[in-house]
Write a protein of this length. Structure first.
Length: 532
């Protein structure tokens, strides 16, 4: 009996920064930057780091409710960075320009528009990650979407849209499907994967995503449009392990216009993405945009084992995530990208954008830039060890950061252990206090059932035992007066209680540094208790 699905294990390596959008941001009130890293924390860590007084200061600032409140909160959090860094949930390397921008802008006013202050935006777009362990997640839908684009382009074969046809209708025609549930791509299964690096390299890097003209004009400054992105960094070897499953051909009862085998899928994807990579490299080299070390490593890969493997479909090239370019997400022949015109000019539709988004370490960089989203997919039965050696070599600067990153991890572990120890100590102290209070309550209840004489004796015993202020200060002190009152009451008691009272009074004289045999007032008091 045939298996319903044929499964292939895939290993993905990043060749350039990869941002998998999730719609969430690092807010400037939820992170601090220190020593080249973003250190993120949640509300609980913020409360632990600032303490009750710090939280009160934050609330006082918020209650102002004016335009400066948000900046005040940012400043207060920034000032407490030393306390917050050890409590961070995780740390992410940040490009130098990102760190500089944070230091310059945190808590400051960006500009004034129409007589109104606006805040510097320090939000950083997060990549999709598991909220519990903060590890990036590669969704099967992201991989499947890239495969689907290449497959639709293959089916379309560069034909133009039919008259009045829209994107959805084009896909239905190419896939010979109508309703959503009839889409044959349901037969192709791609699993999700969590980031796991064989050498434990941290995944995250924060870059500027900057716009640059495809054909740069030397007399013009770089565009000021930018975003800050958390990315899975370049050169992360085999950091995602996922499966692609094909329905066995003998079990197909629906449209076969979907990849039917690994060889077919890889061939189609490489036919689509490899020419696009080569074309982009040519454009970016001509514009002198690319980082030299990155370009050298890519050229070495393409000239060696990887280049041959892509031609023979032993490995697969894909482009994933945000800022991977409209050209790589649309079909040849039908591509129509709306390009906004200048001020006063209408938009136009073109087959190619006039600008490209690139990863930059500094906002003004015109060189040493990186493209987004290029990844290599290997298969477990056809691993490219020579290519992985090149990737490992290109990652050497990242490996050099491991010692610092491990130090952050150790710092956080120590802080967590310290907090856990303190929590246990607080619990122990609370339990001890509760036990003492319970014992005191029982003692008080027992004492309340005793004769009045016993109650008075015990009350004075406690007063004497806890006294500090009257020690050595004689009968004129507060305890000295209490001793007089105690003796006058004890004088009326029966002998059995008066004996105990005399012993306690004797201790009190010693505490007050009064010689009851030589001090006249002490002698008089002692006689009240019946001693000649």
């Amino acid at each position: 009996m045939p298996r319903p699905f044929v499964t292939h294990q895939c290993l993905l390596s990043t060749l350039s920064p990869l941002h998998l959008g999730c719609g969430q941001d690092y807010q400037p009130t939820g992170y601090v930057m220190r020593d080249g890293y973003l250190h993120a924390f949640g509300e609980q860590q913020l409360a632990q780091g600032l303490g009750s007084q710090g939280i009160k200061r934050i609330l006082d600032i918020i209650e102002r409710g004016d335009d400066s409140a948000l900046r005040g909160v940012q400043n207060e959090i920034h000032k407490q960075a030393d306390k917050l860094v050890p409590l961070a949930s995780h740390s992410v390397w940040a490009a130098p320009g990102v760190c500089d921008l944070y230091q310059k802008r945190v808590g400051q006013v960006a500009q004034r528009e129409e007589r109104r202050s606006t805040h510097n935006k320090l939000e950083i777009q997060r990549t999709f990650a598991n909220p519990h362990d903060q590890r990036p997640v590669l969704t099967g839908s992201a991989v499947k979407g890239a495969i689907r684009t290449a497959w639709l382009d293959y089916l379309n074969n560069s034909q133009r849209l039919e008259r009045g046809e829209k994107s959805k209708e084009l896909q239905q025609r190419l896939l010979q499907s109508g309703r959503v549930e009839e889409d044959p791509f349901y037969l192709l299964k791609v699993s999700d994967a969590s980031y796991v690096h064989p050498d434990k390299l941290m995944p995250g890097e924060i870059w500027f995503a900057v716009s640059r003209k495809r054909q740069p004009k030397p007399d013009r400054s770089p565009a000021s449009v930018y975003a800050m992105l958390e990315c899975i960094g370049s050169w992360r070897s085999r950091c995602f392990d996922f499966d692609i499953r094909f329905l066995d051909d003998s079990l197909r009862t629906t449209s076969k216009r979907v990849p039917r085998s690994r060889d077919q899928l890889v061939n189609v994807c490489n036919r689509y993405y490899l020419p696009k990579l080569m074309r982009e490299l040519k454009q970016l080299i001509e514009a002198d945009y690319l980082d030299n070390a990155w370009l050298k490593a890519v050229n070495e890969l393409l000239a060696g084992e990887l280049g041959e493997s892509l031609k023979t479909d032993r490995a697969m090239l894909l482009r994933l995530g945000k800022h991977s370019g409209a050209e790589d997400k649309t079909l040849n022949g039908v591509r129509s990208i709306k390009i906004l015109g200048g001020k006063g000019n209408p938009p136009s539709d073109r087959a190619e954008t006039t600008e490209v988004r690139l990863a930059a370490g500094n906002l003004k960089d015109q060189h040493q830039l990186l493209p987004f989203g290029w990844v290599l997919v290997e298969f477990s039965d056809q691993l490219l060890e020579e290519s992985q050696g090149v990737i490992r070599g290109a990652a050497e600067p990242i490996y050099q950061r491991q010692q610092q990153e491990q130090a952050w991890i150790v710092l956080r572990e120590q802080a967590r252990e310290s907090l856990l120890h303190e929590a246990k100590e607080q619990a122990r102290r609370k339990a001890d206090q509760q036990a003492a209070e319970a014992a005191e309550q029982r003692r008080a209840q027992e004492l309340a059932s005793q004769p009045l004489e016993v109650q008075i004796i015990e009350a004075f015993r406690v007063q004497l035992a806890t006294d500090v202020a009257s020690k050595g200060n004689g009968l004129g002190s507060a305890l000295g007066q209490a001793l007089r009152d105690f003796i006058e009451q004890a004088a009326q008691w029966s002998p059995q209680y008066r004996i105990t009272a005399k012993q306690l009074a004797n201790d009190a004289f010693s505490h007050l540094d009064v010689n009851r045999k030589k001090n006249a007032k002490a002698k008089d008091l002692w006689r009240i208790l019946g001693d000649e």
